[in-house]
Design a protein around this ligand. Structure first.
Ligand code: 13P
Length: 243
């Protein structure tokens, strides 16, 4: 049985005060959420400590947005798995396209970060996906298979989530058609040794398309950027209706 994981990626949004204000609006909406759905908030590093205290006793799991591969060291600006684990962080996004595009992360460093996350007891959410140019050139499958081939070397697939995030669909309002996302996610699954790895879709997920996305048989959850920032929209997403 594959787990359903509905995660918000807040990116570089929300001060500590704003994160608590969000919780006040969001927590009451969880009374309707079926128990088997795992709900995760991947917050900026500065929010984690306060959120950890405030999520205690709730069903929301805390996530971070990156992790370094070393246990400690002279790596200015980076955060280790031990530092995250100490705060009660359970999930961590690794290899997000914004990290790959703007901060020079490669499949090799993504692989190191995935293994480090697992070494510290964190569940990494590995992001893969193609650019518009790669899609138009018919390279979608190749690009993703190449990413997986390097990213997953020696990674434990029993403690892993993957997010298929087509780069052209992120923050653009241009959602990947749900059947196409389902097809690509099925292909990703065909490359795994563990067929039970939850595979999410990410890219312009909104209250008005969540029901259709979650109706797809290969899609086990979503990784949500913009629509996870307001309690009402993320509430509607975690309370998606089965169709
Ligand atoms: P949007 O939902 O804002 O398109 O962002 C998707 C994303 O990058 C989640 O990691």
């Amino acid at each position: 049985m594959r787990k359903i994981v509905l995660a918000g990626n807040w990116k570089m949004y929300k001060t500590r005060a704003e994160s608590i204000e969000f919780l006040h609006g969001f927590l009451p909406q969880l009374t309707e959420t079926p128990e088997e759905r795992e709900i995760v908030i991947c917050a900026p590093f500065t929010d984690l400590s306060l959120l950890s205290k405030n999520l205690h006793g709730t069903r929301i799991m805390l996530g971070a947005q990156n992790v370094h591969w070393a246990a400690e060291g002279a790596y200015t600006g980076e955060i280790s798995g031990a530092m995250l684990a100490e705060l009660g962080v359970r999930y961590v996004v690794v290899g997000h396209s914004e990290r790959r595009q703007y901060f020079g992360e490669t499949d090799e460093t993504v692989n190191l970060r995935l293994k480090a996350a697992q070494n510290f007891g964190l569940i990494p959410i590995l992001c893969v996906g193609e650019t518009k140019q790669q899609r138009d050139a018919g390279q979608t499958e190749n690009v993703i298979f190449n990413q997986l081939a390097i990213d997953l070397v020696d990674v434990d697939q029993s403690r892993l989530v993957i997010a298929y995030e087509p780069i052209w669909a992120i923050g653009t309002g241009d959602t990947c058609e749900s059947k196409e996302a389902n097809r690509v996610i099925g292909l990703i699954r065909s490359k795994l040794t563990n067929p039970d790895v939850p595979i999410q879709y990410g890219g312009s997920v909104k209250p008005d398309n969540i029901d259709e996305i979650m109706a797809q048989p290969e899609i086990d959850g979503v990784l949500v950027g913009g629509a996870s920032l307001t309690p009402a929209s993320f509430g509607r997403i975690v309370n998606y209706q089965k169709i």
